[in-house]
Design a protein around this ligand. Structure first.
Ligand code: SF4
Length: 244
């Protein structure tokens, strides 16, 4: 993995373990150790681990945008977990620049009855097909393609697209539905509370373990041993919280 500790300043890759912690009022309530380089694919395993320990899934889960994938949204929906999970662009889409960018696909009007979009010139973009693809975990995603009818001589062509022919956009409707659900939750008063609580809760826990207690490197190697070491660290952290 690439790490923040880059003493050689060359983006050197290092052997690492990926820690996932759930906290409640800065107490570690669940942890998992994975060997994936990104956080996205770790959420389901982490929530399954919660269920193994407590007999049920948590009622709510708050996570940053590194976890906002269609697969994760689908999972929390199916398990009836209220997911306060950001997605890429959650903050960016609230800026004026994003909102008033007429060329962004996200700002094109969609007519669900006719299953078509309208481009900035008001041309109907009709559906021309569907496609499927699989993520690295094997999760299948369905996307739809919509095409403008005639981009020749359009006065907005300069800012709209660089393709030779007519503009084609790709939309994952299921992901868009999940994002709307997440957006509504995140922007609600309860969502704001969760968003305020998240960094003060879990980031403070990581900060205490890594910065205050000086834990920067595992003493053991091998996933199982690292899980045990992580458990001991979590236990020590929780006990010191009780003492405090
Ligand atoms: S370039 Fe094509 S898609 Fe873009 S605004 Fe013009 S007609 Fe619409």
């Amino acid at each position: 993995m690439r790490t923040k500790e880059d003493h050689m300043k060359n983006g050197q890759l290092k052997p690492c373990y990926n820690w996932q912690f759930s906290t409640n009022n800065q107490f570690v309530v669940n942890y998992t150790v994975t060997q994936t380089t990104t956080d996205t694919t770790t959420l389901i395993e982490h929530l399954e681990s919660h269920k193994d320990q407590y007999g049920s899934y948590p009622e709510t889960a708050t996570a940053d945008s590194g976890y906002g994938s269609e697969e994760n949204y689908q999972f929390v929906e199916e398990k009836q977990i209220e997911g306060f999970i950001k997605f890429n662009y959650f903050h960016k889409e609230q800026t004026r620049k994003f909102k008033y960018d007429i060329f962004r696909r996200e700002n094109h009007y969609y007519n669900p009855d006719q299953d078509c979009f309208y481009c900035p010139m008001g041309q109907k973009m009709q559906k021309i097909g569907e496609g499927k693809r699989k993520t690295s975990t094997g999760f299948e995603q369905k996307v739809s393609y919509y095409q403008a009818q005639n981009c020749q001589g359009c006065p907005l062509r300069w800012g709209c697209h660089k393709a030779k022919g007519e503009r084609i956009i790709e939309v994952n409707h299921n992901l868009e539905r999940h994002k709307q659900k997440a957006r509504d939750l995140l922007l609600s008063p309860e969502g704001l509370e969760h968003r305020k609580q998240r960094p003060a809760d879990v980031e403070a826990t990581f900060g205490n373990i890594k910065q205050n207690k000086g834990f920067r490197r595992f003493m053991l190697k091998g996933k199982h041993k690292v899980e045990i070491e992580t458990g001991l660290i979590a236990l020590a952290h929780n006990l010191s919280k009780i003492r405090a």
